[in-house]
Design a protein around this ligand. Structure first.
Ligand code: HAM
Length: 419
C-alpha cells in the first residue's frame, strides 16, 4: 500500500519550484533594498509563546495549533505564524540593547490545523517582515510601499489594500464596550459561534462571514469613530503618506484580524481571484507585544504573505515560466561523452547551467530532450567533430546554428550567458 502525505500538507513539485524560487528571490531583493535583514527562527516553540501573543481567545490558539507534549512534558507547538518567534528572538537576544530599531524578514513553513481548501493548507509558507523599534507612521507606510513594490516585481497588479486602525489601549477598551452593548442587543440574530465569542472577543464578530451576522452588524459602531486623538493623528499620517506615494487603499473598519496583538494600523491585501481565501498578505502594528513577551516597551509593525496564494496568482498572470538550462550538450560517441562531461563541469563552475545525458541516445532523441528541457542553446559534438576540434552550436530560440572552434567554446558560452 502507498503511503501518502497528510491532509493539508503538500509537496512543492519540481514543476512548481521555479515560481517559488522567483518569488523568494524577488522578496529578498526588495526587502534588502528596504534595509530588512533575514532572521531564521525555530519551527517549534513553547506553546505559551503563541497563547500569550496571538491570544487565548483566537481561532488559531483555540483550535488550530499543532501542540504536543515533548518527552520531558514541555508543551511545544509547530509555529502557526512568525511574528511571535521573531519578537521572542529579539527579546531573548537583547537585540534592542545595541540598537532597538531592527528590520527583520523571514520565510518558511507555518502550521495551522484549518479545514484545507483551495489556498488554505495546514502546512503553508509565509514571507514576513517585522520592523521593531519604530512607532512612527512612516514605517507603516514604508511596509505597505514595500509590499506594493514586491507585488509589482512579481508581475501582480491586483491585490488591493484594505486599511483599518484598531486603536490602542487608551481607546479600544471603550470601543469594545460600545460594540459589546450593540452586539448584546442583537444577540439573537447572530450565529452560534458569534454568540459564544461575544464576551471573549467581540471584535471578531465583525469578521464573521455568516450572512446573518453581516446583516446584524451592519449598523455596528465603527472603530474609526472611537479612536483617541493620538491614534487618529497616527492613522491620518499613514493615509497621507500612502496618498503622497501613490498607494491606493480602501478603509475597512470591519477588518479586525484574527490575532490579538494588533493595535493601530492593520491591513490586508486581498484578491478576488482566489475564491474565499482572499487575503494574500496581511499585518499591522503591535506596539505592546515586545513588552508582553518580557522585553521593554518597544513598538513593532509587520506583515506576512502566503506564498501558496501568491504563487497561484503569479501563475494565473503567467509570469514567464522558468527557463531551462543555458546549454544542453548533445554527444555522440564515448570520446565526445567524456569531453562533454568535463566541459559541463567547467561551465557549471562558471555559473552556466548545463545538462547532458549519461547514457548513449540517438541524436534525434537528445534533440527532443533539449526541447523538452527548454534549453536555450544546444552544443552538438561527436567523436569525429572532436577530433577536428569543432562542434555545432544551435540557438534554440532563433533555430540558427553555426560551427564553432572548441578552443573558444567556454568564452563563447560565457558571452552568450551575459548577453
Ligand atoms: P495572518 O493573516 O494570519 O497574519 O497570515 C498572513 C497570510 O498568511 C495570510 O494573508 C495568507 O496569505 C497566509 N495564510 C494564513 N493562513 C494560511 C493557510 N492556512 N493556508 C495558506 N495561507 C495562509 C499573520 O500570520 C501575522 N503574523 C502577520 C503579521 C506579521 N502581522 C504583523 N507582522
Amino acid at each position: 500500500m502507498k503511503v501518502t502525505s497528510i491532509k493539508g500538507f503538500s509537496d512543492i513539485l519540481p514543476e512548481e519550484v521555479g515560481v517559488w524560487q522567483r518569488v523568494e528571490a524577488a522578496a529578498r531583493e526588495i526587502f534588502e533594498a528596504y534595509n530588512f535583514t533575514e532572521i531564521r527562527i525555530p519551527i517549534v516553540e513553547k506553546t505559551e509563546l503563541f497563547s500569550r501573543s496571538i491570544g487565548e481567545a483566537t481561532d488559531i490558539v483555540e483550535k488550530e495549533m499543532y501542540t504536543f507534549d515533548d518527552r520531558d512534558r514541555t508543551q511545544i507547538t509547530l509555529r502557526p505564524e512568525g511574528t511571535a518567534g521573531v519578537v521572542r528572538a529579539y527579546v531573548q537576544s537583547e537585540m534592542y540593547k545595541s540598537e532597538p530599531v531592527r528590520k527583520l524578514y523571514y520565510l518558511g513553513p507555518m502550521f495551522r490545523r484549518e479545514r484545507p481548501q483551495k489556498g488554505r493548507l495546514r502546512q503553508f509558507h509565509q514571507i514576513g517582515a517585522e520592523a521593531l523599534g519604530r512607532g512612527d507612521p512612516l514605517i507603516d507606510a514604508e511596509i505597505l510601499l514595500l509590499l506594493q513594490d514586491f507585488f509589482a516585481a512579481v508581475g501582480l497588479t491586483e491585490p488591493a489594500l484594505q486599511l483599518n486602525s484598531l486603536g490602542d489601549t487608551a481607546c479600544r477598551p471603550q470601543y469594545r464596550e460600545k460594540l459589546l452593548a450593540f452586539l448584546k442587543a442583537h444577540e439573537q440574530e447572530l450565529c452560534g459561534d458569534c454568540r459564544r465569542r461575544i464576551d471573549r472577543n467581540p471584535l471578531r464578530v465583525l469578521d464573521c462571514k455568516e450572512p446573518g451576522c453581516i446583516a446584524a452588524t451592519h449598523d455596528a459602531p465603527s472603530i474609526l469613530d472611537s479612536l483617541c486623538a493620538p491614534c487618529q493623528e497616527h492613522f491620518a499620517a499613514v493615509q497621507r503618506l500612502l496618498r503622497d506615494t501613490g498607494v491606493n487603499f480602501r478603509l475597512n473598519p470591519r477588518m479586525v484580524r484574527g490575532l490579538d496583538y494588533y493595535c493601530r494600523t492593520t491591513f490586508e491585501w486581498t484578491t478576488t481571484q482566489l475564491g474565499s481565501q482572499s487575503a494574500v498578505a496581511a499585518g499591522g502594528r503591535y506596539d505592546g507585544l515586545v513588552e508582553q513577551l518580557g522585553g521593554p516597551a518597544i513598538p513593532g509593525v509587520g506583515f506576512a504573505l502566503g506564498i501558496e496564494r501568491l504563487t497561484m496568482l503569479v501563475k494565473m498572470q503567467e509570469m514567464p515560466t522558468s527557463a531551462g538550462p543555458d546549454v544542453y550538450i548533445v554527444w555522440v560517441g564515448t570520446a565526445a561523452r567524456d569531453w562533454a562531461f568535463s566541459l559541463t563541469h567547467r561551465l557549471r563552475q562558471k555559473n552556466i547551467a548545463v545538462e547532458l545525458e549519461g547514457e548513449a541516445r540517438s541524436l534525434k532523441s537528445q534533440m527532443r530532450r533539449a526541447d523538452k528541457f527548454k534549453a536555450r542553446a544546444v552544443l552538438i559534438v561527436g567523436d569525429d567533430e572532436l577530433a577536428k576540434g569543432r562542434a555545432v552550436l544551435r540557438d534554440m530560440a532563433c533555430k540558427q546554428q553555426e560551427e564553432i572552434d572548441l578552443n573558444g567554446i567556454e568564452a563563447e558560452l560565457t558571452a552568450r550567458k551575459a548577453s
